[in-house]
Ligand binder design. Structure first.
Ligand SMILES: O=C(O)[C@H](O)COP(=O)(O)O
Ligand SMILES: [Mn+2]
Ligand SMILES: [Mn+2]
Length: 565
């Protein structure tokens, strides 16, 4: 059990709910990337055969409604920001809305405080004799990083003494349109040229596509990080170019190439020597604010003892993350901006009140229902009450080739956990809508959505058998809209007259459904009608109620009321 004392006089003990009984099994299902949008050929959820979800929708408005999953409702800077898994699961698990990494970095850059903090002072020590390396996602998606923040950091770092800067760029095409890498590299090259005019030796040094180079997560495939290490640190990659624009354009000429999966490349000088290996005495900043896809690289950059791949060389560097990515591991130990302190999450409250929790997903989403859910903390609150189970994801196969992913396996694990009666909460993330949606493959996404619906049925049937309750929701939209649209909602066409594929998340709300026999006897729970603007952060209080507890006062209000039958 975590030993943190109650903060600000708040106690950990939860008050019993006056009407809802304790001890029901509560199934919490998060459908990743499952928003609500009007029917349309680019709405894969609508196009898919989803009888289970369709039946739940019919119970609206009492047992099915929509909640917000993007923008300020989940702590993002503006309502133009699409939702994402990190902020979505943080809100679902924490029951409170925190200013998230994107916003905190904006504020620190705008006020200049970023340059006064411990993290920047630490890396600045290297500026006189070493190079400053910036590694991260080249994107304005606002999910893992933002291009304007990189631009400000480049300018600010040079004004604060960095004389030699190397940028290592990971192309996106997942949170932004495929092909946008070219424009980002062009603009970045212009910025770097301006810095060179001012006497700063600034260049792009290496890069690759985010899904193939560096940005793996949850230890799904360390080879991805190794490819990044080889390119960024060692200056080794199968592709060598004189400049990054040429690299990205040439690599994209392969008809199968896309920004997400570009192979690693290194920029070399006239003599073929890499222009920006990471050496002893250098400073390194990973400029992504989001944690999941930076943790593995952070370990490789920071840990003296490391056995995930052969680093060949482990340079003595001063390394800082844009944020601290893991609060429990304190990783990395130096960072430019303090992360949101996501405290008093529902997982911790429930564990401290004796609720037995089982959480499961496949590797690519495992940390979503554990690490993100628990406020970016790894590990258990109470190992004797909790069990987190990971089902290995397919490796090396694009998700549109295996669109069913591990939905069935996750559902079977959840079913077994429910039927075992060893757990009070059984929580899963089903990944298909999101992971297949990100490939932009409409046919495959439809298959994935059907598989997700089948998985839900298995879980709901088990809840039925044990007289339990279910809460089904999603973390943000994705599969419900696969077309880039103009302001009026009309799909945009590319230069060949084809609809532009939207691989990213959306701004759409997500459904939440409750049900199960455990809600019924004598009383019934149903959705309140006085919270039209409710969002993901309202779910935690709702789930606590269904476990038979009142939620703490500082939580966003519950979505349900209890009425006599
Ligand atoms: O990391 C990713 O896969 C995408 O950038 C965002 O997707 P997620 O927020 O659903 O993980
Ligand atoms: Mn997600
Ligand atoms: Mn996603």
């Amino acid at each position: 059990m975590a030993t943190r004392p109650p903060a600000e006089g708040k106690r950990w003990e939860l008050t019993a709910h006056p009407r809802l009984a304790k001890g029901k099994v509560v199934g919490v299902v998060v459908l990743d990337g499952w928003g609500e949008a009007p029917p349309d050929p680019f709405n894969c959820i609508h196009a898919a055969d989803t009888p289970t979800l369709d039946a739940l929708k019919k119970a609206a408005p009492e047992r099915w409604r929509l909640i917000k999953a993007h923008g300020t409702a989940v702590g993002l800077p503006t309502d133009d920001d699409m939702g994402n898994s990190e902020v979505g699961h943080n809100a679902l698990g924490a029951g409170q809305i925190y200013a998230q990494g994107a916003k905190l970095v904006d504020l620190a850059l705008a006020s200049g405080k970023i340059y006064e903090g411990e993290g920047f002072k630490y890396i600045r020590e290297s500026f006189d004799s070493g190079t400053l390396h910036l590694i991260g996602l080249l994107s304005d998606g606002g999910v893992h990083s933002r291009f304007d923040q990189l631009q400000l950091l480049l300018k600010g770092a040079s004004e604060h003494g960095a004389r030699r800067i190397r940028v290592h760029v990971l192309t996106d095409g997942r949170d932004v349109l495929d092909g946008s890498s070219v424009r980002f590299v062009e603009i970045l090259e212009e910025d770097l040229a301006r810095l060179r005019d001012k006497g700063v030796d600034a260049r792009i040094a290496s890069g690759g596509g985010r899904m193939y180079v560096t940005m793996d997560r949850y230890e799904n495939d360390w080879q991805v990080v190794k490819r990044g290490w080889d390119a960024h640190v060692l200056g080794e990659a199968p592709h060598k170019y004189k400049n990054a624009l040429e690299a990205v354009k040439k690599l994209r000429e392969d008809p199968k190439a896309n920004d997400q999966y570009l192979p690693p490349f290194v920029i070399v000088d006239e003599s073929g020597k890499p222009v920006g290996q990471i050496q002893d005495g250098d400073a390194v900043v990973t400029f992504n604010f989001r944690a999941d896809r930076m943790v593995m690289l952070a370990k490789a950059l920071e840990y003296e003892n490391f056995d995930k791949f052969d680093r060949v060389r482990f340079p003595k560097i001063r390394y800082a993350g844009m944020l601290q990515y893991d609060g429990e591991l304190k990783l990395p130990s130096h960072y430019l901006v303090a992360p949101p302190e996501i405290e008093r999450t529902s997982g911790e409250y429930l564990a401290r009140n004796g609720v037995r929790i089982y959480a499961c997903s496949e590797t690519v989403k495992f940390g979503h229902v554990t690490f993100f859910w628990n406020g970016n903390r790894s590990g258990y609150f109470n190992p004797s009450l909790e069990k987190y189970e990971e089902i290995p994801s397919d490796i090396g196969i694009p998700f549109n080739v295996q669109p069913k992913m591990k939905a069935l396996e996750i559902a079977q694990k959840a079913r077994d956990a429910i039927l075992s009666r060893k757990f009070d909460q059984v929580r899963v993330n089903i990944a298909n809508g999101d992971m297949v949606g990100h490939t932009g493959d409409i046919e495959a996404t439809i298959v994935g959505c059907k598989a997700a619906d089948e998985a839900v049925k298995i879980i709901l049937d088990a809840i039925e058998q044990v007289g339990g309750i279910f809460v089904l929701t999603a973390d943000h939209g994705n599969a419900e809209d696969m077309a880039k649209r103009d302001k009026s909602g009309k799909p945009l066409l590319d230069k060949d007259g084809k609809v532009q594929t939207l691989t990213s998340h959306t701004l759409n709300p997500v459904p939440i459904a409750i049900g199960g026999p455990g809600l019924a006897p004598g009383i019934r729970g149903m959705f309140r009608t006085d919270l039209p603007n409710a969002g993901l952060a309202n779910v935690a209080a709702t789930v606590m109620n269904l476990h038979g507890f009142e939620a703490p006062d500082h939580y966003e209000p519950t979505l349900i009321e209890v009425v006599d039958k």
